[in-house]
Design a protein around this ligand. Structure first.
Ligand code: 5GP
Length: 254
């Protein structure tokens, strides 16, 4: 890690120059933050788990034809990705009311929504990632109407697929946040899924008990954060080669 040039450090990840032009190395930190950095902490083992979980989900999405920035996992904490021009939007897809939707509209947490709802937030820490509409996005040139068509249809397909995948392992996909980027190949530009998909940016509830298996455990000081991320990894059938010794094997899922 030391020899590579660091290009960007975010709250949960660091991007380094990749081995070939057009590639980057994405390193997953154990650092956790909430409330736009107001609350900070470390979740031991989170980086390794998110690297594996995001790899798994990006590969499954690739299998169904969703273009992503993911190339391959390099080691426990890092993955090789394509360099993209990040579109400054957080795209949130919701299936069940929770978090800011419940707060803003007074809808009880846990209420199933009549249909999936997509929301857009302008990625800007100084402004606290304000919610915006397609009008703002296209008027200010963050994305054009054609980009938005791709972003919406990709987000819906990702949601359909991930809802089924998680339901198959007894987890309700309540909501999640996606980021997209522009991938330039010669004269062509494609919108691709970027960033990560992990319990850091999804709400995942156990289908039987509604137990939270995601970053809300950290946000709400509920404890057992790493255990929740491990549970998600175990149910997905993926485990880090070696994290801590008390991690149960996949056979407990029988
Ligand atoms: P809410 O708007 O209810 O706070 O979040 C909706 C969903 O998007 C949740 O699954 C949450 O984890 C994710 N999300 C929204 N904003 C962010 C963000 O800035 N960082 C991360 N990691 N996830 C976010």
């Amino acid at each position: 890690m030391g020899r590579r040039r660091q290009l960007y450090e975010g709250k949960a990840k660091i991007l380094f120059e990749g081995p070939e032009p057009g590639t980057l190395v994405q390193y997953f930190k154990d650092d956790a933050s909430a409330g736009n950095g107001a609350k900070k902490g470390v979740i031991t083992g989170k980086g390794v788990l998110n690297n594996r979980i995001s790899e798994h989900l990006m590969l499954r999405l690739h299998d169904i034809g969703i273009p992503t920035h993911f190339i391959r996992r390099l080691n426990m904490g890092e993955q090789l990705i394509r360099e993209v021009e990040i579109i400054p939007l957080e795209v949130v897809v919701r299936n069940v009311a929770a978090g800011s939707l419940s707060k803003r509209l007074g809808i009880q947490e846990g209420t199933r929504l009549p249909r999936p709802i997509i929301e857009f937030y302008y990625k800007n820490d100084a402004l606290n990632d304000p919610m915006v509409s397609e009008e703002h996005i296209t008027a200010f040139g963050w994305a054009c109407p054609h980009d938005m068509e791709d972003i919406v249809s990709l987000s819906m397909r990702i949601n359909d697929f991930l809802c089924g995948l998680f339901m198959g392992i007894g987890i309700i996909l309540v909501d999640f946040k996606l980021e997209f980027g522009r991938l330039f190949e010669g004269d062509n530009m494609r919108i691709v899924l970027a960033d990560e998909i992990s319990p850091d940016n999804c709400r995942l509830w156990d289908a039987k008990t509604s137990e939270k298996l995601d970053k809300d455990r950290f946000r709400k000081d509920m404890g057992k954060v790493e255990e929740a991320y491990q549970e998600v990894a175990m149910r997905l059938g993926i485990l880090p080669e070696a994290t801590n010794s008390d991690m149960k094997g996949p056979e407990v899922m029988q």
